[in-house]
Design a protein around this ligand. Structure first.
Ligand code: HEM
Length: 330
């Protein structure tokens, strides 16, 4: 089984580079205008290039280090505050969830967004994963669309997207207002950058509002739950394994050189912590079945003919726990 997946991912990555054309993927991708849910093609390539150059470049990531440092300080204050009250139990899950939501929304949307909006946005983001695998009869039998209407799936998806639409409308309005009021780094965050790029005639293609909504939705959905679940599992595994906790602490102390915080430039020196995080992702992948893929053309896997448009689901959770892989790892 891992051999098959290896052959698919290593040798046939391009053949399986597209997503199935389903009702859910169409809605989440804002009609094929994003990266994560859209089908492979010219628009997907342009969005991917745009994200790599303007949103996720190392220069851009660095430019927001102040925001991350500020959010880390707030997180530490919350923990210290709760700890100073004596025997009070600290719910790290809640604190970490709010920390990750704050960081991602700040980087993607800016710092104007209210606490209530963040909670709502985080809830919407949590609700997206079950949607990826929701079965719509119309995807297989277009004549059976009425069944989806009857089961309420159609309405559920429509209402879900209505919430995002309303949020995006407010976000774009807010950005225009802020742009007038604030002179400065309003375009540092993603949505600001995208709205600026929309005015750039040298871009080579038209960046529509649906592209902006699609890309922003990707960053929020793909960024919040994955990061939060990973951090939550990291803390769980540290509590379960005190010997690992001690090693992590020792390394942190050594790299910190007596300071009470470690700057992002020093993160590279935390090699044990890095291996630990990779191990946590292996055991608890935040998206255990990844996202469904589909073949663009006929291909051969392990001697079998695989027809065009075959849907592929990769069980990353099972891989991580397969004893035949990485037998020599400690
Ligand atoms: C611990 C944190 C994270 C993990 C483990 C993770 C893991 C993954 C994985 C496995 C995929 C591939 C899914 C597939 O093709 O089936 C993916 C795609 C993606 N991730 Fe992440 N991710 C994390 C954090 C983030 C963050 C913080 C962002 C953005 C702010 C992000 C944005 C994306 C996007 C846009 C894609 C789609 C790329 C594409 O389809 O080509 N991820 N992530």
């Amino acid at each position: 089984m891992p051999k098959i997946a290896e052959e698919v991912i290593r040798n046939n990555d391009l053949v399986f580079a597209t997503r199935p054309k389903t009702k859910v993927m169409g809605a989440l991708s804002y009609n094929k205008n994003d990266i994560a849910f859209a089908q492979y093609g010219e628009s997907w390539r342009q969005m991917k290039k745009l994200a790599r150059t303007h949103l996720l470049s190392s220069q851009k990531v660095k430019s927001m280090s102040f925001d991350r440092a500020e959010e880390v300080s707030l997180l530490l204050e919350k923990v210290a505050d709760a700890a100073s009250r004596g025997n009070e139990v600290i719910c790290l899950t809640e604190i970490l969830n709010s920390y990750v939501t704050n960081v991602i929304t700040r980087e993607v949307l800016g710092s104007w967004i209210t606490k209530e909006k963040k909670t709502f946005l985080s809830k919407l983001s949590h609700e997206s994963s079950p949607l990826f695998y929701e079965v719509f009869f119309q995807d297989f039998f277009p004549n059976l669309k009425w069944l989806d209407v009857l089961r309420g799936s159609d309405r559920k998806l429509k209402n879900y997207m209505k919430n995002w639409d309303a949020l995006f409308e407010e976000i774009i309005k807010n950005h225009s207002r802020e742009s007038k009021e604030v002179n400065g780094n309003n375009n540092t965050y993603f949505i600001g950058t995208l709205l600026e790029l929309q005015k750039d005639s040298s871009l080579g293609f038209v960046l529509t509002n649906d592209h902006i909504r699609g890309l922003t939705l990707d960053m929020i959905i793909a960024g919040i739950d994955t990061t939060f679940a990973t951090l939550d599992w990291c803390m769980t595994e540290l509590v379960r394994h005190p010997e690992v906790m001690n090693k992590v602490k020792d390394e942190l102390k050594k790299v910190a050189h007596g300071e009470d915080k470690i700057s992002e430039e020093l993160l590279d020196q935390l090699s044990y912590l890095k291996v630990f995080i990779k191990e946590v992702i292996r055991l608890h992948p935040p998206s255990p079945l990844l996202l469904p893929r589909e073949s663009l053309e006929e291909c051969q896997i392990q001697g079998y003919n695989i027809p065009k448009q075959t849907r592929l689901v990769i069980n990353a959770w099972a891989f991580g726990r397969d004893k035949s892989i990485g037998k020599n790892q400690k």
